[in-house]
Design a protein around this ligand. Sequence first.
Ligand code: PGA
Length: 252
Amino acid sequence: MTERKKLVAGNWKMNGSRASANEIRAMIEGAEALRDRVEMAICPPAVLAGLAGELLSGAALGLGGQDCHAERAGAFTGDISAEMWADVGARYVLVGHSERRTAHGETSDMVNAKASAVLRAGLQPVICLGESLSERKAGATLSVISDQLERSTPIPDETAGIVIAYEPVWAIGTGLTPTLDQVAEAHGRLREALCDRLGDRGRGVRILYGGSVKPDNAAVLMSTPNVDGALVGGASLKAADFLAIARASVGL
Ligand code: PGA
């Protein structure tokens, strides 16, 4: 069986300030004890990347970006390249989060180009996808997510790491979560699609679950087949909750 170390990543979205340094320090301390068991990262807003990058240097807690531009550099006002994320010490960049797809009109083709840029910079893209409530109600979940995976995921070279995050749009920030059967079904389908696309290497790709992951539901969600970690929004802002989720993800 392929071993996949769990990854628990915190997506801070547009939250946090320089005062969050205290929370980051508490997360670093907690992550140290979990170093061998689970990989952890936070994705703070870009303006905090410098501060976070310094605090996180050498820590068991990695740094991630929330988005990037597909180009390396140039006249793209307000944008940040994957190379810039690498420069501040990031290991991951989220691409295709539903809030970017919805509020910024990002298509799967654009997400694919961004994911390729993240690989070009030597980082791991966390490629987000998931169905809307109307797609779920129409029984289209599995076809929607397979299609998003196919279009949004570049074929990486042998050594590169990609990560998929399955996040049902209706579960994000709502306190709602799919049933464990629904999670297992979606992750199983994504695993099949990854193996179709990447051959045996598809077994090594981590598939995170995201959408209202909290300390009290993390253990069951994370023990569902093919769930290789969590992408955590609201509950990643407080060290106590985020660390509780990371511990629960490995049965502690
Ligand atoms: P949530 O967000 O945990 O607050 O639901 C998850 C996400 O958007 O990545």
